[in-house]
Design a binder for this molecule. Structure first.
Ligand code: CTP
Length: 403
């Protein structure tokens, strides 16, 4: 993988030290590396640089106050913690390191961090005496004893107060490199993930087709979330207008037959296959070579079944010594669990993600979803919310399965 920050969501937490002004450039550097950046700041940080500066540089609102209800509801600690793949704390002041170590949640930065389970990069910056203080060193050591915390810097040199010594914020390039290394370390690092997404379109003649309203959003959310966890992801995508996240290997297809060919040439090389596409179940037995002219009476079209992409791929890999984890989706309108588990067994899957497409806030085109994940033993997970967050939760279940 060459660009681990591409498409990643980075929460940049700014502490209250003079090096806070460098967080402005850092936000740009992280974006240049392909990441999306959202910022949270301590009260002290806001004394050094204004939230508006960082808002303008990142194009996202800045979270500074847990008690400002408009902030907290829209982009507050829980939203930011869910959204982020990686936290970068720059500058990490002595006070902020101490508060994080103590598990406090007394401002926007620390409440967000308390709700965030992922990797955290600390970039300390402070006066040499504060850096060398036994409490600061003990606090940092305690954090670094947890595998999710890493540190970059500080560097030695001329400090803002005129002293020369340890305590300068690491060079921005070094912070970006450290963030990149941390991002490359996700639980799916080195894994290949194949995802089908979107509808298929089955031509009747050159101007007419059979399809369905799938937008590919859930499949693309699964792909993006896998990418964020470190995987190399290929998406076989049906015809949709939905914007495709960066950093994915994209194979565009139209029909079920094309989707099948694209999947069969790749499925044996992947570690996880996620079939989220809403493949048309039928296609015309013969496709008209020219536009059919309408008559006055009823028309007859003979429909035949399309290939079942997931079932065919599953049958192929089941004979192999090693095979990918197979994840299907089941869009149902009733008896969701029974039908989903039937598909799980019939297509010989490891997991199936069932969603009731008739439920409010779920299904085709929506930005949210409500799903239940089953394996052969029963229910594994329930998740609800933005498709991106639901996708993250589903990956939790896939990882628990040993992907
Ligand atoms: N699927 C597929 N190819 C098909 C049909 C379905 O790869 N031709 C995959 C879907 O991507 C999904 C799973 O199989 O992961 C279940 O799809 P669904 O349409 O819900 O189930 P079907 O098996 O088609 O059954 P039915 O339409 O009868 O509910």
């Amino acid at each position: 993988m060459t660009e681990p920050l591409l498409g990643r969501n980075i929460a940049l937490a700014v502490g209250g030290g003079i090096a806070a002004y460098k967080a402005c450039d850092l936000s740009r550097e992280l974006q240049r590396a392909g990441a999306q950046v959202r910022v949270t700041m301590t009260k002290g940080a806001c004394e050094f640089v204004t939230p508006l500066t960082l808002q303008s540089l990142t194009g996202n609102p800045v979270f500074t106050d847990t008690f400002d209800s408009s902030q907290d509801q829209q982009y507050g600690h829980l939203q930011l913690a869910k959204w982020a793949d990686l936290f970068v704390i720059a500058p990490a002041t002595a006070d902020l390191i101490a508060r994080i170590r103590a598990g406090l949640g007394n401002d926007a930065v620390t409440t967000t961090l308390l709700a965030f389970p992922g990797p955290v990069l600390l970039a300390p910056a402070m006066n040499t005496a504060m850096w060398e203080h036994a409490e600061t060193q003990a606090n940092l050591a305690a954090l670094l004893a947890q595998p999710r915390y890493r540190v970059v810097g500080p560097a030695s040199g001329l400090l803002a107060d005129g002293d020369v010594g340890m305590g300068r914020l690491a060079e921005l390039g070094e912070i970006v490199r450290a963030a990149t290394a941390l991002a490359a370390n996700g639980p799916l690092a080195g894994k290949r993930v194949l995802v089908t997404a979107g509808p298929t379109r089955e031509a009747l003649d050159p101007v007419r087709f059979i399809s369905n309203p799938s937008t590919g959003k859930m499949g693309l959310a699964m792909a993006e979330a896998a990418r964020a966890l470190g995987a190399v992801v290929t998406v076989v995508l049906g015809p949709v207008e939905t914007p495709v996240p960066r950093g994915l290997d994209l194979v565009r297809v139209t029909s079920a037959d094309e989707m099948l060919a694209a999947v069969m040439s790749r499925v044996e090389g992947c570690d996880v296959f996620v079939a989220a596409a809403a493949v048309s179940d039928w296609k015309a037995q013969t496709i008209g070579a020219v536009k059919a002219k309408k008559g006055d009476g009823p028309e007859q079209v003979t429909l035949v079944r399309t290939p079942d992409v997931l079932a065919t791929a599953s049958a192929r890999v089941h004979g192999n010594a090693t095979r990918p984890v197979l994840v299907g989706f089941a869009a149902e309108t009733h008896e969701v669990e029974a039908y989903a588990r039937e598909k799980l067994a019939k297509k010989r899957l490891d997991l199936i993600v069932a969603n009731d497409v008739s439920a409010p806030g779920a299904g085709f085109g929506a930005d949210t979803n409500r799903v239940v994940v089953f394996d052969a033993k029963g229910e594994r997970l329930r998740a609800e919310g933005a498709k991106r967050d639901v996708a993250k939760s589903i990956w939790g279940a896939v990882l628990a399965r040993g992907a």
